[in-house]
Design a protein around this ligand. Structure first.
Ligand code: SF4
Length: 243
């Protein structure tokens, strides 16, 4: 079995509940969405080569690995990294749900644990591999970010995802509104109010502007009225200049 990757590397996890944890990132190529704040545009489509960074946290040196890449080749590429946490990220990793299941089956006996970082829209594909995951990071995409209403896709995904430990993350930009945040919170609350919610202020990128912190705090207060655990966490790896 083979899959297309845009990057393979080791760094610290810069987002969500596992922030600061050393992880190996398998960044799949290809995505079913086009978010305004996407900061991995090079991962939206399949490419001929995957960039492999053998030095932890560093974009230099780079090795170029021909796509698609087989499961045993991935195991070989990551064997010298020290982390036993693997993040399936992208792009949208669930476009390769069968591959994730097979890779996790082969690597689990070596002691690896698996985090899925997903855009939270492909609940049928989640069912293919959920039993092999240790934690799920689900993005909740607000209409202001995608130009689409994904409420039902997110509800379906979260209903399945809650059988594993995890959290929901919402990226807040200058265009995010309290009304759409409130609707997202209502969906999470309707499923399980103890699911942690991370509000992640967007970093300025292209035409995307960072939100005012007073607006982010207001959104946190709105969410705290319905949910037990609402945290504001920026992208930490960017603050300390790691990939
Ligand atoms: S889901 Fe993720 S990878 Fe896909 S466009 Fe949105 S931010 Fe980018």
């Amino acid at each position: 079995m083979r899959a297309n990757f845009s990057e393979i590397m080791e760094s610290i996890q810069g987002e969500g509940l596992l922030v600061g944890t050393r992880q190996i990132f398998l960044r799949f190529a290809g995505c079913n969405l086009r978010c305004s704040y996407c900061d991995t545009a090079w991962s939206l489509s399949e490419t001929a080569e995957c960039r492999f960074y053998p030095k932890t946290g560093n974009r230099n040196p780079i090795q170029y690995i021909k796509n698609p890449i087989g499961i045993m080749q991935v195991a070989e590429l990551i064997k010298n990294f020290s982390s036993l946490w693997i993040s399936f990220t992208g792009g949208e990793p669930l476009l390769c749900a069968d591959y994730i299941r097979e890779l996790a089956l082969i690597l689990r006996p070596k002691g690896y644990k698996f985090l899925l970082e997903s855009n939270g829209t492909l609940c049928e594909q989640l069912a293919v591999c959920i039993s092999y995951l240790d934690m799920i990071s689900m993005d909740f995409k607000l209409p202001s970010a995608t130009g689409r209403n994904l409420w039902e896709e997110h509800r379906c995904f979260l209903l399945r995802a809650r059988e594993k430990p995890g959290y929901v993350k919402i990226v807040i930009t200058a265009k995010s509104s309290c009304q759409e945040l409130d609707r997202a919170v209502g969906i999470i609350n309707g499923i399980d109010k103890s699911i942690p919610l991370i509000l992640q202020p967007a970093a300025p990128y292209g035409s995307v502007h960072a939100p005012l912190m007073e607006d982010v705090l207001k959104m946190q207060e709105i969410a705290m009225k319905s949910l037990d655990d609402v945290r504001v966490i920026p992208q930490v790896h960017r603050l300390i200049n790691l990939i």
